[in-house]
Design a protein around this ligand. Structure first.
Ligand code: BEZ
Length: 202
């Protein structure tokens, strides 16, 4: 299997964390793509017409995307505890949390493009403020919910850890921990996991 990814991509990190957590890391060859929102990577485009990473090419030539599909596929390849609970409330809690974390990331990556790549004269301050508010609302909701996570390790809690890690990586000046001591404490425990330490973005 071959994974198109990037060391800075938070969605690529989620897949890498799952590879570590499931013991599959050595079964996947990793290729760092060279891409920007306006200059996609030709090899990635050949596998995924959307030109997005992460993209996992299987040995039979099948390409899997996006990160949610890749993670669920990988979760079927190992013998350890499932990261995608098979059914019931646990499944839908994990999937909802993953959707919330991925949504925070979609928003944060969009903000990164808008504030870092887009020429200053074309920026739209009201749009930027509205995007930041989405992340603030999500963080506030999670501050109220995270004590219920306990020590749970599933696709929801791992996705959330990757999302908070990306905020540290690209938006440290926004200080997401301020006023959210429970979420900060939960993340500190998650960030110490070997899978998270091995995949710190750069
Ligand atoms: C980043 O550099 O922030 C980034 C890289 C790849 C995908 C998304 C974000």
């Amino acid at each position: 299997m071959r994974l198109h990814t990037s060391p800075a991509s938070p969605f690529g990190r989620k897949v890498a964390v799952v590879l570590h957590e499931t013991g599959l890391w050595d079964r996947v060859e990793r290729r760092d793509a060279t891409l920007s929102p306006i200059a996609p990577d030709p090899e990635v485009c050949a596998a995924n017409p959307l030109g997005k990473i992460p993209c996992l090419e299987l040995d039979d030539g099948t390409a899997l995307y996006d990160s949610r599909v890749i993670c669920e596929y990988l979760d079927g390849l190992h013998a350890g505890p499932r990261l995608f609970p098979p059914e019931g409330p646990a499944r839908f809690t994990a999937l909802r949390l993953q959707a919330l974390a991925d949504g925070m990331l979609d928003t944060a990556v969009g903000l990164r493009y808008e504030t870092f790549l887009r020429p200053e004269t074309f920026r739209w301050p009201e749009w930027i403020a509205a995007q930041k508010l989405k992340i603030t609302r999500a963080l506030d909701r999670l501050e109220g919910e995270c004590e219920g996570f306990g020590e749970r390790i599933d696709i929801g809690t791992l996705a959330l850890a990757c999302a908070l890690g990306y905020l540290d990586f690209r938006f440290a000046e926004d200080r997401w921990r301020d006023g959210r001591p429970r979420l900060a404490a939960w993340y500190a425990r998650m960030a110490a996991r070997p899978s998270m330490v091995a995949t710190v973005p750069r």
